[in-house]
Design a protein around this ligand. Structure first.
Ligand code: 4NP
Length: 147
């Protein structure tokens, strides 16, 4: 799960996908990262922590890190939150296999629409919407994953 800062959207996406995978009995490794380095080592944004907590998802064990080129080899799928994240991740891809792992998380709910999860950093009210978008996308991904 990749966003810009790895403090708002992708930590929630990580927490939600971990919870939904666990419910489905899937032993997946789920992680998150930011394309930027500014927040490295920080806790998720308190507003993401709050909305996660509201739905029973604790993300306080997470610390921000920057996306690394070896993440392409460490993970089977790389979900990006928005089209800028997609551009920044694809710049680091070395081959077609890497590129093929990258997709917008909202392609799970709105295939082919190039839809982005809005950056809620400057919008206190945006976190609830982000949660709902991510939860639906994670549920759809798991339902369609064939496991
Ligand atoms: P995120 O949100 O990419 O969802 O973690 C942001 C967090 C921090 C900043 C921008 C977006 N920032 O500019 O510091």
């Amino acid at each position: 799960m990749v966003c810009l800062g790895n403090i708002c959207r992708s930590p929630l996406a990580e927490g939600i996908m971990k919870a939904r995978a666990a419910e489905a009995g899937l032993p997946w490794t789920v992680d998150s990262a930011g394309t930027g380095y500014w927040h490295t080592g920080e806790l998720p944004d308190r507003r993401s922590i709050q909305v996660g907590r509201k739905y029973g998802i604790d993300i306080t064990d997470q610390r921000a890190r920057q996306f690394q080129p070896d993440d392409f080899d460490r993970f089977d799928r790389i979900f990006v939150m928005d089209v800028n994240n997609r551009r920044d991740v694809l710049i680091l891809a070395k081959n077609e296999e890497h590129r093929s792992k990258v997709s917008l998380i909202l392609d799970e709910t709105h295939p082919g629409k190039d839809r982005s999860v809005p950056d809620p950093y400057y919008d206190d009210n945006g976190f609830e919407t982000v949660y709902e978008m991510l939860d639906e996308a994670c549920r759809r991904f798991i339902a369609s994953s064939g496991y």
